[in-house]
Design a binder for this molecule. Structure first.
Ligand code: CA
Length: 235
């Protein structure tokens, strides 16, 4: 193995932190609109339902700005409850991600160890460029990556092969020399395998057993990647 690529949300940062982030976005929007009478948790749940339905439709499809999809999802909620979305909605969204994003505890040590082993360490993520850059900098891990490949760069969402191929080009490695680590068996494992990369499913709660067959490895802690890489390189 010469390169290890990571998914972002649910792999490097926790879903719990992401939920808190989104709740705080809704809370701030309601504060700005003077509608603190509304239950932000309830509205957050409705927003999540809208946006996840929209993103499900976009899997593998040509890229459209996540900013626009998120804004549209939030606008639906605003319309439903009769308030106006602030013009700087996306700015609020990025600021909240910077503030409430939460790394899994083993991330920094794992990334540093992979780098010490001489591997190319990269990200392949369904993200807008401004979002991922601000977020990684706020988490203090931006400099730990040799490459960052987004759907915005690639022009397609995972599991389309383009983001994976572009990342391999950036790292200048063959697919057979690369590992992809993600928490979504269908987008991450299938996407990686379609281009010939090995896939690692990060499934800390072992809640995705029915899909494990789509992945080459399953781990419950990111630090396990070190032994996987060493095992593949010694074998
Ligand atoms: Ca993910």
């Amino acid at each position: 193995m010469k390169a290890v690529f990571f998914d972002f949300v649910g792999t490097l940062i926790t879903k719990a932190g992401e939920n808190i982030t989104h709740q705080n976005i809704v809370k701030e929007i309601l504060r700005r609109a003077g509608r603190t009478d509304l239950d932000y948790v309830k509205l957050w749940e409705e927003y999540e339902a809208e946006s996840s339905a929209m993103f499900k439709e976009l899997a593998g499809k040509p890229y459209v700005k996540i900013k626009d999809v998120d804004t549209k999802a939030m606008q639906k909620i605003a319309k439903r409850y009769g308030f106006t979305l602030p013009e700087d909605f996306w700015k609020i969204s990025i600021a909240m991600h910077e503030r409430y994003g939460e790394l899994f505890p083993e991330v920094i040590e794992t990334l540093k160890t992979l780098r010490r082993l001489g591997l190319h360490v990269g990200i392949i993520t369904d993200s807008d460029n401004d979002y991922i850059e601000a977020h990684l900098k706020a988490l203090g891990i931006y400099d730990l990556f040799d490459s960052i490949t987004t759907s915005e760069d690639a022009g397609f969402y995972k599991p389309h092969e383009r983001p994976f191929r572009l990342a391999l080009e950036k790292a200048d490695v063959e697919a057979s020399e690369a590992l992809y680590v993600g928490d979504n068996p269908l987008k991450d494992c299938v996407g990686a395998k379609n281009v010939g990369m090995m896939s690692v499913l990060f499934d800390p709660e072992a809640s995705k057993r029915e899909f494990w067959k789509n992945c080459d490895f399953v781990i419950s802690n990111l630090s396990e990647i070190i032994d996987i890489v060493k095992g593949l390189n010694d074998g």
